[in-house]
Design a protein around this ligand. Structure first.
Ligand code: A3D
Length: 311
């Protein structure tokens, strides 16, 4: 008999709770929702248990403060850590969140050694690097969610400008999940038509600038916390690609093995194929000289933070 998937959500805050909801709605398997705050994950789990009959979702969800409950998880999605406040950069979170991610990584290493780990905690690329270093898991099994979201933000604003369905826009945003991220215009199309043939540069540039600052735009509006619906949805796309071996081509923070001339070992948003073995392949696309330069600059910004991690 086939066994059910088990998805461990580490951090039961805004993104963790939304992830749990989406796991249920999309029938992905059974969920363990872990947090250090007493009773809160149990409360969210009970609420979602009551939702299951309404939509006919066959899933069990357990809220817990005991990390040992993640044992046997196929996938761990990590959101534990502080979100930004208005005026903060993602890098301002580094010290606090590094300590949290280190503890969580030790728990995952001990209790879920076979799991795919998807990190969402910011600063994303550095936290994913830290997760791989502390768990010692193969690099193909540790990746960060940012590229799917940054790409979705680009697609959303391009579709708005073109007045077309978001389904018609195909795009890539690569690089670090920060101000230096790289919207890859040369591989961004509306049903195969290059986007720079459809939108004039003076309109395209502000859209790309807005994408780089989209996270901050949401933070400034919310005032407490950061985006959570779209980050959760983006991670769910990655979870599905892994659990169902969909081999989707998407952008994710992965460990470079020298692709694109980047230093080996650095974590950065690159195009990948995500399947049952985790990162099946880092795809090398033919970037323009300016895009390559922007990617290298973005990698330098990520590398500048790594010494602060102490791993
Ligand atoms: P929030 O609602 O504050 O939830 C974080 C949760 O982590 C809280 O419930 C904490 O109690 C919990 N926590 C703290 N320490 C631990 C620990 N040691 N073990 C388990 N849980 C712990 O934040 P959120 O869900 O809105 O955001 C979570 C993270 O995602 C933040 O670092 C955000 O900056 C980041 N984020 C990333 C993106 C990307 O695109 C990469 C987008 C939006 C937010």
């Amino acid at each position: 008999m086939a066994s059910r998937n088990k998805i461990a959500l580490i951090g039961a805050g805004q993104i963790g709770g939304t992830l749990a909801l989406l796991c249920g709605l999309r029938n992905l398997g059974d969920v363990v929702l872990f947090d250090i705050v007493q009773d809160m994950p149990q409360g969210k789990a009970l609420d979602l248990t009551h939702l299951a009959p309404v939509f006919g979702c066959d899933f069990s969800i357990k809220g817990t403060n005991n990390i040992a409950d993640i044992a046997g998880a196929n996938v761990c999605v990590v959101t534990s850590g502080l979100p930004r406040k208005p005026g903060m950069s993602r890098d301002d979170l580094v010290k606090t969140n590094a300590a949290i991610v280190k503890t969580v990584a030790e728990g995952i290493k001990q209790h879920a050694p076979g799991a795919l780990v998807i990190v969402i905690t910011n600063p994303l690329d550095a936290m994913t690097y830290m997760m791989q270093k502390v768990t010692g898991f193969p690099a193909r099994m540790v990746l960060g969610m940012a590229g799917v979201l940054d790409t979705a933000r680009y697609q959303a604003h391009l579709a708005e400008e073109l007045k077309v369905s978001v389904k018609s826009v195909s795009a890539f945003v690569l690089g670090g999940h920060g101000d230096s991220m790289v919207p890859v215009r040369s591989f961004t199309t509306c049903n195969g038509v290059p986007v720079d043939k459809l939108i004039a540069p003076e309109k395209l540039e502000p859209i790309e600038k807005r994408v780089r600052n989209s996270g901050g735009e949401v933070v400034a509006l919310l005032k407490t916390g950061s985006a959570f619906y779209s980050p959760a949805a983006s991670a769910i796309q990655m979870v599905e690609s892994y659990l169902f071996d969909q081999r989707r081509v998407l952008a994710a923070a992965v460990q470079s093995n020298g692709e694109y001339g980047l230093n080996k070992g650095v974590y950065l948003g690159l195009p990948i194929i995500l399947g049952k073995n985790g990162v099946e392949k880092i795809v090398e696309i033919d970037l323009s000289a300016a895009e390559k330069e922007a990617l290298a600059k973005s990698a330098k910004e990520v590398e500048a933070i790594l010494p602060l991690l102490g791993v």
